[in-house]
Design a protein around this ligand. Structure first.
Ligand SMILES: Cc1cc2nc3c(=O)[nH]c(=O)nc-3n(C[C@H](O)[C@H](O)[C@H](O)COP(=O)(O)OP(=O)(O)OC[C@H]3O[C@@H](n4cnc5c(N)ncnc54)[C@H](O)[C@@H]3O)c2cc1C
Length: 306
């Protein structure tokens, strides 16, 4: 998936069969634990599952049963991301018209939840991929290759229109941020496991790496930070709200970068060879500073309570 930057249809079929494409908000903690485990094996698939969940959460909050089909959630536009209100996509005369970018699952999604504005405010429109009314151009990303991230052009009549689109989208993000953070948790745990096993096997200066205090202490710090992230992901997914979810996402971004960096240092030059889990994590970890709202946006949310 990483090499070809392609989603795997077989995994999506299995996800459908297992009920992974239909998570409920009331089961957010269990969902996060599943995402954490998936991320230890396949980071991109974990992201696809989380991106899909965003549409499910929006429907769940509106008391509508989601379909068991892969979805994407489209907020970001070429000219606005963090500034979510500054959107150009329009819903008028029963048609959604506009361009969204960096949309996860764009490659294979059957449903697209799209934030659009109207004369009276913003709406979230559930659009089906049919009759060439939705066109997708896949992006050649560095991080999360194989999550089907792309630019999507809409000129389509939606199936469902949900009122108060911005409020609803921000509410969805309160639930999806702990799940996104669970990906960072899973990747951090896997990297730590790889680093520890390597440090127990590899020798330098007649000692195992783990016997050098510098290596042992670096791993101990990673262990403490991963434990702290785990508590925060579980806390935020039990009681999600704007602040706990923002704290969780900010902590996730910091933790994964530190753990990946430490793992690479322990592995030495081997960590830089393309194709391994850690090299992949190195490319993926930057996305946690940006996706689901940037670090700066998380700090704005947190500091609003001061
Ligand atoms: C892996 C990945 C998957 C994604 N999937 C999706 C998806 O499925 N759907 C979707 O809609 N989007 C998706 N995105 C896009 C993501 O949500 C946006 O990239 C993000 O919200 C930031 O928007 P932007 O990139 O336009 O940056 P901008 O908003 O243009 O920000 C640029 C920089 O300016 C800073 N900045 C902006 N405003 C302020 C401010 N007021 N104060 C301080 N700093 C500020 C930002 O923090 C950032 O550092 C994805 C992104 C990634 C990395």
């Amino acid at each position: 998936m990483d090499k070809k930057n392609e989603m795997n249809p077989e995994l999506i079929r299995l996800a459908k069969k297992c009920g992974l494409l239909n998570p409920k908000i009331e089961n957010l903690l269990d969902f996060c634990k599943i995402v954490e485990d998936i991320a230890k094996v396949n980071q991109s698939f974990a992201l696809s599952i989380v991106a899909n969940a965003m549409t499910c959460f929006a429907l769940d909050l509106s008391d509508i049963q989601p379909e068991n089909e892969l979805s994407s959630f489209s907020l970001t536009e070429p000219t606005s991301g963090s500034d979510i209100k500054n959107l150009k996509t329009f819903y008028d005369f029963k048609i959604v018209k506009g361009v969204k970018t960096l949309v996860t699952n764009a490659e294979m999604a059957k449903n697209f939840m799209v934030l659009a504005k109207t004369e009276k405010g913003e709406v979230l429109c559930l659009c089906k991929r049919k009759n060439n009314c939705i066109s997708v151009r896949k992006l050649d990303t560095t991080a999360f290759r194989g999550s089907g991230i792309g630019v999507v052009k809409f000129n389509v009549e939606p199936e469902i229109v949900l009122k108060d689109g911005i409020r609803l989208s921000l509410n969805v993000l309160n639930y999806s941020r702990p799940a996104f953070s669970a990906i960072a948790l899973g990747i951090s745990e896997k990297c730590f496991e790889i680093a520890l096993n390597y440090a127990k096997r590899r020798k330098s200066f007649n000692k195992k790496l783990i016997e050098h205090q510098a290596v042992k202490f670096a791993l101990a710090e990673c262990f403490a930070e991963i434990e702290s992230l785990k508590s925060m992901v579980y806390k935020a997914s039990k009681k999600p709200n704007s602040v706990t979810s923002a704290v969780c996402k900010l902590l996730a971004a910091k933790t994964i970068k530190k753990v990946v960096d430490c793992t690479m240092q322990v592995l030495g030059g081997h960590s830089l060879v393309r194709g391994g889990y850690v090299e992949r994590a190195y490319r993926d970890c930057k996305a946690f500073d940006i996706g689901e709202g940037t670090n700066e946006v998380m700090k704005i949310i947190i500091s609003k309570t001061f």
